[in-house]
Design a binder for this molecule. Structure first.
Ligand code: ZN
Length: 177
């Protein structure tokens, strides 16, 4: 399978630990566009993947898998499935927002039969204010976001949010759920 990292970079003021809001009660809707590996057809429609959806996949080869998303290529009917895992937590040093090129991986997208071409942003992020309060509903779609942490009595600001896809070399390994 092929792994694509979704990486995030932003300038954080009075907050840390910016990441997708994503748990069983409130799963993140990860939006993507993809290209079929076999026929190179670019699927124009956005797909939404929820990390907590478990789909039993029966492949033509009789192999059974569990994935977060499964479809056939609209053009060549190639089997396509995707598994999303959270990226490894990063260390304090790598969170240094002073570094211009410091993109932090947030999720790993493991795909079979396709390549991830585009990540589509939803308004479901969270951060922790300097006062220690978790603030949900961080919307990065406009690249900048701010809110007043009433409890901690400080303004929390996120600016210059940017996302990047990094495709890791494909290998024969299968990621399982
Ligand atoms: Zn295809």
């Amino acid at each position: 399978m092929r792994t694509t990292l979704v990486k995030l970079q932003a300038d954080l003021e009075n907050c840390t630990d910016l990441k997708p809001l994503d748990h069983e009660e409130y799963p993140h809707d990860y939006g993507f566009k993809f290209i079929c590996n076999k026929c190179r057809y670019e699927h124009p429609k956005e797909i939404i993947i929820n990390r907590f959806d478990r789909i039993a996949v029966q492949l033509k080869s009789q192999i059974k898998r569990t994935a977060n998303f499964f479809t056939y290529c609209k053009d060549c009917h190639n089997e396509i499935f995707i598994i999303i895992t959270l990226a490894e937590p990063v260390t304090a040093e790598s969170k240094d927002t002073e570094d211009e090129d410091n993109f932090i991986p947030i999720i790993e997208v493991h795909s079979h039969g396709c390549r991830i071409k585009e990540f589509i942003l939803e308004d479901q992020f969270q951060c922790t204010s300097s006062a220690g309060n978790i603030i949900e509903g961080v919307d990065l779609r406009a690249n900048d976001w701010s809110e007043f942490d009433e409890e901690g009595n400080i303004p929390v600001t996120i600016t210059n949010a940017k996302f990047q896809l990094e495709e890791l070399p494909g290998n024969g390994q299968v990621t399982t759920l």
